[in-house]
Ligand binder design. Sequence first.
Ligand code: ACM
Length: 519
Amino acid sequence: MDLPRPELSLVPRPRKLSPRPGRYRIDHTTRLRVTPGAETAARLLRGYLAPATGQRLEHADDGTFVLVLDATLTGLGDEGYGLTVGPHGVLLRAARATGLLRGVQTVRQLLPADALSATAGRGPVDLPGVEITDVPVHPWRGALLDVARHFQPASYLRRYVDLLALHKLNVLHLHLTDDQGWRMPVAAYPRLTEVGGHRAESMVGPAGSDRFDGRPHGGSYTRAELAGLVRYAAERGVTILPEIGLPGHVRAALAAYPQLGNHPGRRLDVWTEWGVCPNVLGVGDHVIDFFRTVLDEVLDVFPSPYVHIGGDECPADEWETSPDAAARVAREGLSGPGELHGWLLARIAAHLVRAGRRPVVWAETDTALPPGCTVMSWRDPAHAWAAARDGHDVVYADHRATYFDYARASGPGEPPAQPGQIVDLATVHALDLTPPSGEPALGGRILGAQGQLWTEFVTTPAHIEYLSFPRLCALAERVWDPASDWPDFRSRLTGHQARLAALGVPYAVPPSRPASAAV
Ligand code: ACM
């Protein structure tokens, strides 16, 4: 067997790749030729090549590095591309601008790994000869970052977006609100961030711990920062999916506006604990109006076709004892307070549908999913297939394979993590989106999958990246092409590791699994 050529150790693996003889040299004489519609990709490419070569590559009509947008190309879909590299030229082609952006990331991976570093050599670099035709299988290839439990500045989110783009991931799901913090400014309700953006201290250890760090934590984005992030991500073909969670996980909003709760006279603080908070939204008309206003502002900032409204972990205890909730149950003809969860979600989801967006909710046991919702299945794969049978589109987010707040390995060297299980690299790579036997049509409802990084235990960018990589590499690989096999992925990952190192990702070599456990 040929030894893998490190520069061809692409992640995710292209669908079709043939090495070709020769190399293409990029130096100060290299010129780009860019057809109409390919300018965004050319800008991105120039930005990536500048540190490597020390120059911004100029345009010329006889340039030999050619980017072509050609809507008549077939078989490439929205994100596919073709790339040919030979000694005399490079040709990157796609039918859609997004396909060119994916191809630019392949060019970036074909560079010598150290050309990816901010202090790259400022000299000529070579691309290996190759012929690639590449198309993803799944359109939703995402990563959730929880900036509610621990805030990260917008500058860091840009870096994270760029790391996602490197792996051809195309959704950054920003978990913007939770019991412990509200990070999105809303002009009509400034206290959401002024009060809800700060907590007095944080629990140390998992839910139920009796230790606290005694240090305040807080932060929120400006609207301009979020709009800038949306633009930055779009230039890389990444969509920012905003999540405003309700009717549970709202303690920060209740601290800011007590009238949203079930006991309007009660003052609550922004939660300092982890776990499932008992305090949830009330069910008055004013609550629904409030969140419609919030979401209208979210829609202004985030052009994403999908908007996430949470829906997970909403205990009904407060509704069981609330006269207002009882009145709502009677007025709406519901069977009991347990149905208020689905009722409220449906009201908010309908608002998004009227605005031309697609609501996304977490799948919860026993809750009727609002019509028109896309479902993120996290507790059990059975929920994914049940939702698909009911006609919902599904994003697979099963905690056993995609929750990266669990440790990636056992052992004393691992940083603090959510207890309960290990999600190792092989488990992520074994992600299986195949529909149950006898129901192949359900496969058409599975948009793809995403990795989740909840941050109760994660305060720093270095920790975020340690938990994200290489597990996101494995996830990216499986959603790009589920046929990826484990030994081949592992051998390419060794070459890819040099790229992550050049980018300053605090990557540690993933521990090997016993061969019997490998997929
Ligand atoms: C979740 O992990 N509560 C979606």
